[in-house]
Design a protein around this ligand. Structure first.
Ligand code: IVH
Length: 670
């Protein structure tokens, strides 16, 4: 090949690779396989090796290039990178509208709303469509030059397409972030390699962006959303919305959750919806950003030294807080599991006050090295129970000592043990009163036998007085007996006894969950109940019969068999039955049709007429399988209200999306 031919082929290859990079990294809809892509890259590399004089800085091979640096060069931003004004309530958003209304009397405003990404602000400079410089925000006036690091981010285009390719000089701004799933994977890998982990995706992204060696940055899964074009009006745009379109067309990644809102009511609705969806976004967002759409209005409103007057951030409820560990205790679970708990100085977090946080097990405490007296960063995300993210090392008192896990049950004093291969210490005393109390509490809980008034104080007294030694004893309690307990009057005693009697008809699924069989929670209990229909049939099921059930592995089967092989357990069941506790499943259909056999479902969002759990039960009863991750093997994604990113995944992978009505029709409920 001569040089002219090589130049021609190089240019074709680069163009193709850029195109596929765009489809893959920006639009997430690749058109070729990884192998085909690799082949293009290989050809490009080989040809460039043959003709080194034809390597250009904007070649896709040059994304990871450049030597490690000692320090970053400071760059002065031509236009300061300002911060944002904040609102935390809808009223404050209305005040914002009133404020800009006063500044521009008679004006009507349209807004653009988008997620506020919890990442790092960066500015990218393009000259004649080529990426020439990238910088951090720094203090807003002066940032640091990190061009080689930013080049490694594949969703940042190195050369632009029209319309923005034509701009002589273009500065765009956006937020670099690390997707949550990638962050978790990275942390796992770092942990396994014995290296330090990051507290959150933001810190991980910040660390990656400020790496001295771009080769390290290249191995970190960074991504970016662009949200600002400096001097957009000079480029001929009249609205922000239009500018975003041009960004997208030119090859930049913009946030697909961006919406144009004609009124402040629509803005508020957007903020509420986005906050409800935040856990499904796939990346951390700490709020929404609301911007006046008209660039002329933006220009007339101007900025303070701190923030533009035409934009405001609506901050979501905070989910992280720091507080102090006052004590560390060990609780006894219903199967004797010892769970360490940190007692905290109470701290409000995302709408509730947190005063306890589970530390899970011995290894977890050791890994995070949590000690009494430590200041800890805690987080509570969505439905997730609060947890310790990390200890604030700088605030550790000098006299603190590592926590030593007790080798005796803190409740009964009996020896505890941690068996090989297990994460938990366990109290070995089957008669441990703390275990019994936990089992009774679980038995009466809302999703088990749902016994109202069976609170902790009653259980405590009944067990301590040895009046209740197992579940069956509950059903023999009389009003007179209960009335004698502390803090009980005739009326409340009657209420409790009535509630206990009422629990007899909860059905087999709830009863199985209530019994606290190892590895049998709500889901497995429902499976077993629907498979066998009665306690009698279940008790006779062999190990093979049990493990043949879809969703029940050999371990669960063994745990179930072991439970029923124990005479103490069968004795309790016999006495429960004699007391009149229903041992059958009311809606059991023996060997019903299984029209959904072999089909895999993912449920997402809120369904209006059926709970997520009931939808799962129904699907499984008809032979379908319910999983949580959308893949090519998924047959249907069932999307309720506010479904989040799983629907996007489904569309991308060509998986059928069903709305609620279509799902109900499929399972024969409509
Ligand atoms: S607009 C002049 N939009 O939040 C434009 N900022 O707290 C002002 N941020 O410095 C910024 N997501 O780094 C804008 N969708 C978004 C954003 C966003 C995150 C960051 C940005 C800014 C900081 C202010």
């Amino acid at each position: 090949m001569n040089q002219a031919d090589a130049a021609q082929r190089l240019s074709e290859l680069r163009e193709q690779i850029r195109h596929h990079d765009y489809l893959y990294y920006v639009e997430a809809r690749p058109e070729i396989s990884d192998a085909e892509y690799d082949a293009l890259m290989r050809e490009l590399r080989e040809l460039e090796a043959q003709f080194p004089e034809l390597v250009s800085p904007d070649s896709p091979t040059q994304r990871v290039a450049g030597q490690p640096v000692e320090t970053f060069r400071p760059v002065e931003h031509r236009v300061a990178m300002l911060s944002l004004d904040n609102a935390t309530t809808p009223d404050q958003l209305r005040e914002f509208e009133a404020r800009i209304g006063r500044a521009l009397p008679g004006a009507r405003f349209t807004y653009v709303c988008e997620p506020k990404i919890d990442g790092l602000g960066v500015a990218l400079l393009y000259e004649q469509g080529r990426f020439v410089r990238g910088a951090t925000r720094g203090d807003g006036r002066v940032g640091e030059e990190i061009t080689p690091n930013l080049k490694t981010i594949r969703s940042i285009p190195i050369t632009l397409r029209d319309p923005l390719a034509r701009a002589r000089e273009l500065e765009v701004r956006g937020e670099v972030f690390m997707p949550r799933a990638d962050f978790e994977q990275l942390n796992r890998a770092l942990g396994e390699a014995g290296e330090g982990t990051f507290a959150n995706p933001r810190n991980a992204a910040a660390g990656a962006v400020r790496q001295k060696d771009p080769a390290v940055t290249a191995r970190r899964p960074l991504d970016i959303f662009l949200y600002h074009v400096s001097a957009a009006r000079e480029l001929g745009f009249t609205t922000y919305w239009e500018t975003l379109h041009a960004l997208r067309e030119s090859g930049f990644k913009t946030n697909p959750k961006t919406e144009r809102c004609p009124t402040m009511d629509a803005v508020i609705d957007y903020c509420v919806r986005l906050e409800a969806e935040r856990d499904a976004l796939g990346y951390d967002a700490d709020g929404a950003v609301i911007k006046v759409d008209s660039l002329e209005q933006q220009w007339r409103l101007g900025s303070t030294t701190h923030h533009p007057r035409w934009a405001i951030a609506f901050k979501f409820a905070a989910r992280q807080a720091t507080t102090v560990v006052q004590a560390m205790e060990v609780n006894v679970g219903k199967t004797g599991t010892l769970t360490p708990v940190a007692k905290l100085v109470p701290v409000p977090l995302a709408g509730v006050v947190i005063s306890n946080v589970s530390l899970h097990n011995e290894d977890e405490i050791r890994r995070k090295d949590v000690r009494v007296g430590d200041t800890v960063l805690i987080e509570r995300a969505g439905d997730v129970i609060p947890y310790v993210v990390q200890v604030v090392a700088a605030k550790r008192p000098p006299d603190s000592r590592p926590f030593v896990f007790p080798d005796r049950c803190p409740a009964c004093g009996h020896p505890a043990a941690r068996l090989p291969g297990e994460a938990y210490w366990r109290c070995l005393n089957t008669a441990c009163p703390a275990q019994l109390k936990e089992r009774l509490r679980h038995f009466g809980s809302r999703r088990a036998m749902d016994i109202e008034h069976l609170g902790e104080a009653v259980i405590e007294q009944l067990v301590d007085r040895k009046r209740v030694k197992d579940f069956a004893d509950l059903y023999t309690l009389t009003v007179a007996e209960v009335a004698e307990l502390e803090r009980f009057a005739e009326k409340s005693a009657e209420n409790l006894v009535t509630a206990i009697q009422a629990s007899k008809t909860r059905g087999l699924a709830r009863l199985l969950n209530a019994l606290g069989i190892r590895m049998v929670g709500e889901r497995v209990a429902a499976l077993l109940a629907h498979q066998f229909g009665s306690m009698e049939r279940l008790q006779q099921a062999s190990l093979d019969e049990l493990s043949d059930i879809r969703g029940i592995g050999p371990q669960i089967a063994q745990a179930v068999r072991k439970f029923f092989d124990d005479d103490t357990n069968t004795d309790v069941i016999r006495r429960l039955s004699e007391a009149g506790v229903d041992m059958t499943q009311p809606d059991f259909v023996a060997e019903g049709p299984r029209p959904l056999a072999g089909k895999t479902f993912v449920l997402t969002g809120t369904l209006a007429s059926i709970t997520r759990e009931a939808a799962r039960e129904l699907t499984e009863r008809l032979g379908g399988r319910v999983t949580s991750v959308v893949s090519k093997k998924t047959d249907y994604v069932v999307a309720g209200e506010a479904p989040g990113s799983k629907v996007d995944d489904a569309r991308r992978l060509g998986v059928t999306v069903l709305d609620e009505a279509a799902f109900l029709a499929l399972v024969g409920r409509r």
